[in-house]
Design a protein around this ligand. Structure first.
Ligand SMILES: [Zn+2]
Length: 261
């Protein structure tokens, strides 16, 4: 992530004239409107510090989760220094996943400040809670599934239990992906409003991240390969969405400190 290639551009609210390199209090050279801020309401150092902090808090655990498939590949290979196949992968998974889910929920909630506007604040907070609830439901579902399957007496009972659990199997990931798509839309709306000029690389990776989220759910339904690939794409995409906001907030912090200097 190179934040260095980002530069600020902003436009007149009345006539859209490019106001780059102009200061608050000056007049728009095109229509004479006084420049009252160099961006949206959240464009002050306190909000930007908060946004960059929580965008980073959400982004890093997404990438850290990639350790799970990396370990998995090592373990299914011929080389397994621990002897217990599958255990380190599962252990790291059970530690990192709840950390990532909690970090994302906290960050999404904390990004919902008044300055981003009432509608976005509500979306961020509501979907942070829904996302966390879905994770808790998923954990409970898996525990109940193993409890009932292991205690089932007959094949018929077992089949019935498995059929019953198909519903959460289809619905819970769908809900989680929808939450993340909504959050990614809110995050990109902040980026657009900021009018920070991104590098081509940042623009392309940001767009790929958001588009990839739509592919996660269909992919996750494909056994084995999908189960393996979809979470990787999912976590990289969310890391990219939060990472993009972090780049924007960092660029804005630099440009506002340059403006006040
Ligand atoms: Zn103007």
């Amino acid at each position: 992530m190179s934040a260095a290639s980002t530069m600020l551009s902003f436009h007149c609210s009345q006539c859209n004239y490019d106001l780059a390199h102009r200061l608050v209090g000056e007049l728009c050279p095109e229509c004479g409107t006084r420049i009252d801020s160099i961006g949206p309401r959240w464009w002050d150092s306190r909000c930007l510090a908060r946004i960059s902090r929580f965008a980073l808090l959400a982004s890093i655990p997404c990438y850290a989760l990639l350790l799970v498939p990396a370990l998995f590949l090592v373990e299914i290979g011929y080389w397994s220094p621990w002897g217990w196949r599958g255990m380190p992968t599962l252990f790291v998974f059970f530690v990192l996943l709840p950390m990532q889910v909690c970090a994302q929920a906290i960050a999404t909630w904390k990004l919902g400040i008044n300055e981003v506007g009432e509608a976005r604040k509500r979306l961020l907070r509501v979907f942070a809670l829904i996302r966390l609830s879905i994770f808790v439901c998923a954990v409970l579902t898996i525990v109940l599934y193993f409890y009932f399957v292991l205690s089932s007496q007959t094949n018929l009972m077992r089949g019935g239990i498995e059929a019953f659990f198909l519903l959460p199997y289809f619905l819970l990931p769908l809900g989680a992906v929808i939450c993340d798509i909504v959050v990614s839309r809110v995050l990109v709306s902040l980026r657009r409003e900021s009018m920070v000029k991104m590098s081509v690389w940042q623009t392309v990776t940001g767009r790929i991240s958001r588009v990839a989220l739509y592919g996660v759910y269909p992919l996750i339904l494909i056994p084995i390969y999908g189960w393996f690939l979809a979470p990787i794409i999912w976590t990289i995409a969310m890391g990219g969405c939060f990472g993009e906001l972090w780049v924007v907030a960092r660029a804005a912090q630099r440009s506002s400190s340059a403006n006040t200097a």
